[in-house]
Every structure is written in C-alpha cells, then in structure tokens.
Design a protein around this ligand. Structure first.
Ligand code: ADP
Length: 399
C-alpha cells in the first residue's frame, strides 16, 4: 500500500510518500512561500534523485498539483501513474475535544476541523485547505486525519482543566489540549522496541525539543501530561514563544506599551522565548556559538531553557511515580549534545546519569545513559510522517 502524507502549513507544505508494505519512504518534498513571491518546491526520492521547481504557487492546491506531477515525473518520480497512491494521511494540528485518535475524513470530520479554526487559527485552516484540495485532485481517494492533540486526550480532567470559572470550559472548551502528540507517541513506542519491553509497561518522559518544544509524561501507554496547553504557547520557553508566564503580565504589558491583542500575541509567539532573551537568535546553534564567544544573554537563554526542561522532568517524574525512560527528540533533542548534557547534569536523584562519550551523537538512535543507571536515557529521531502513514494504512484497511 502506498500512502501520501501531507502536512499543510500556512505558507508551506511538506509531503512524503511511503510504501507501507515495507514501511519505506519513497520520496519527500517541501513547497515553501505558497501565496508569497519566489515560491519553490524541493523534491527528492529516497534514491537521491532531486529536483527544485521554481514556479508561482498562488495557493496550496497549485503546490499539491506540482507535487503530484513530480511524483509521476519520469525523471524524478516514484510512480508511473498517480492512481498508484492508495490513501492520503493529513497532519491536523487541533482535534479539540472531538478526536482522541486518527480518523477517516468525512464531511462531519471536516466540519469539526472547521469548527476548531477558532482554537488553532494558524494551523487548522491550511490543514483543511490541503484536505479539500486533495479531494479535488484525487477524487474518491480515502483520506485520514491525524491530530497533534489526539494522543493527549487521555490526560485526566484534573490535569487538563485551568483554574478559571468552570463555565469557560463549558462555553469555550478552554482547557489544556497538549501538542506534538504524534511525535511523543512515536518515540515512546520506539523506546519500547529499542529496550525490548512493551512501551505500555514503561514510565516515560519524552522531550520534543525543536523550535516548538514540549515534554510529555507517559504511563501505561497513555499521555498523562504535556507542557503545551490550550495552544502551543504554554510550557517551556521556546525559540520565539514565551512559554509559561504569569498571566497578569499580559494585560500589564498591553497597558504599558499600548499594544492591541494582535500585537501582544505577536510579542508572545514571535518575539519572545530564547530569541527575546538573547536578542540574537531563536536557533540554539547560534546561541551556543555566541555563548562561547562570551555573550552573556545567549548563555542566559540556554540556562533558562535547560532549567525549564529539568523542572518539568522533575515534576513529571512525580506524576509518573518514577521514571524508566527519558527520551530526547526533535531538532535540538536529536542534535544538541551540550543541551542534553546540561539537562542531565546532577539528575542522579532521578536515576538519570549519562555517559558523555555515548552522548556525543547527532540525529540517530542511541542509548546515552551510563551502564547500570536506573533511568534509560535515549535519543530517538522523531518520525511523525511515518506515524501518520501507519495510522492511515490501519484505518483504511480496517474501516
Ligand atoms: P521545528 O520542527 O519545531 O521547526 P526542529 O525540530 O527542526 O524544529 O528543531 C529546530 C531546532 O533544532 C533549531 O532551532 C536548533 O536550535 C536545533 N538544532 C538543530 N540542529 C542542531 C545542532 N546540530 N545543534 C544544536 N541545536 C540544533
């Protein structure tokens, strides 16, 4: 079975095609600057055939059309005809309270995704655009929605409610949803495979550390807590997002700086985080370089991030009543040798002791804990696309 996985962002679109009989990626690509000038599509097959397409992409549908052309191109395609694609899986950011697992896309499912635009204004609209464009381009093809929030729907009510008047939960569904669920579930399952134990038997903390960063507590194969909340702004300090702050700060700054809602939201989402603290970059590579050259605020930004990660590992160990496995994933988790070392320093009370030599790896699966340490520390590159392809295959085959 061949599955096409699509992740539609506001001005970009990532895709990957899998042969799910062998769980093998065949091709992938990214379209960028959709609806802006200088649009571009970069496409490559797993055999290394690459092409770059410079064409005007007024909308997502035109990008998807070119993607399909690339996939059947005699030069750098992977199919003879497009009908070889059996199903399409879509990443959908927000499933709200409606979806606790992936689902075959129907009119009702689309209506609910639309209903959730309010909760995820940057993500759900382009996700739905991608779904509807594929319906037109490949009529009759079965499509599956895989939600970032679904894995966290198991959080207990006392964990997901905020201390606000209860009617705001009832009226507006204001609660913690949690994000990066597909990634957290993938690495947790993979940890079980690597350790040769059922993942449902392990107490796991998974740290998805990228531009957006979140941590999840997993026990009995379900998510008990995630640092992100009603939106992906809550939790850890991130590349450009503030993470947790005292909510009273919001109205205080708005008043002092005379900011409207949009400007305040922009400040919290795009100008804060380690970028805001360091004043130089949201990228940890830049911060590490600047820190080495003596930039105090770059160092401070890294220290704040590390402090936040440690804080949540401690809290989540309490919730899990112990810790068997700590996982690092996503750009920084997979590649940030120094960050991993800093997070794991002086954590032996939680059984976390890493082997500095084993820790010197980037972008590949490895156990980095010291021989005999109580908690296994693993680096596991995430693969959200494969998870989406798996769910798509399972749902289409068992419907
Ligand atoms: P997202 O998918 O949320 O945009 P990624 O998972 O791609 O983010 O992670 C991007 C981040 O990973 C970058 O901001 C950078 O800080 C970090 N990163 C990537 N490679 C390295 C590296 N070699 N060393 C340190 N940090 C890295």
């Amino acid at each position: 079975m061949k599955v096409l996985v699509i992740n539609c962002g506001s001005s970009s679109l990532k895709y990957q095609v899998f042969d799910m009989d062998a769980e093998k990626a065949l091709a992938k690509g990214i379209a960028e600057r959709i609806g802006i000038d200088n649009s571009i599509i970069k496409h490559e097959t797993s055999e290394g055939k690459k092409t770059v397409i410079h064409e005007i992409l007024p909308d997502h549908e035109s990008a998807l059309e070119l993607m399909l052309e690339a996939l059947v191109s005699p030069k750098h395609g992977v199919f003879k005809k497009i009908e070889e694609i059996n199903a399409v899986g879509h990443r959908v950011a927000h499933g709200g309270p409606y979806f606790s697992s992936s689902i075959l896309i129907t009119k009702e499912v689309k209506d609910k995704i639309r209903h959730l635009f309010e909760l995820a204004p940057l993500h759900n609209p382009p996700n739905l655009v991608g779904i509807e464009a594929m319906e037109r381009l490949l009529p009759g093809i079965e499509q599956v929605a895989v939600f970032d929030t679904a894995f966290h729907q198991t959080m207990p009510k006392y964990a997901y409610l905020y201390g606000l008047p209860y009617e705001f939960y009832e009226k507006y569904k204001i609660r913690k949803y949690g994000f990066h669920g597909t990634s957290h579930k993938y690495v947790a399952q993979r940890a079980g495979e690597l350790l040769g134990r059922p993942w449902e038997s392990l107490k796991i903390i998974s740290c998805h550390l990228g531009n957006g960063a979140s941590i999840t507590a997993i026990k009995d194969g379900i998510s008990l807590e995630n640092t992100m909340g009603f939106t992906p702004l809550e939790g850890l300090i991130m590349g450009t997002r503030s993470g947790d702050i005292d909510p009273a700060i919001v109205s205080y700054i708005m008043e002092k700086e005379n900011l409207n809602i949009e400007e305040m939201s922009d400040l919290l989402n795009k100008q804060s985080g380690v970028l805001g603290i360091s004043g130089i970059s949201s990228d940890f590579r830049d911060l590490e370089d600047a820190g080495l050259q003596g930039n105090e605020r770059a160092r401070l930004a890294i220290e704040m991030f590390v402090h936040d990660v440690k804080l949540h590992i401690g809290a989540y160990t309490a919730i899990l009543e112990g810790l068997d496995v700590l996982i690092f994933t996503a750009g920084l988790g997979e590649n940030g040798i120094d960050i991993r070392k800093m997070v794991c320093t002086e954590m032996d009370t939680l059984g976390i002791i890493i082997d500095e030599e084993k820790n010197k790896i980037r972008g590949k699966e490895a156990e980095i804990s010291q021989e005999g340490a109580k908690t296994k520390v693993l680096v596991i590159p995430t693969n959200e696309e494969l998870m989406i392809a798996r769910d798509t295959k399972n749902i289409v085959l068992t419907r």
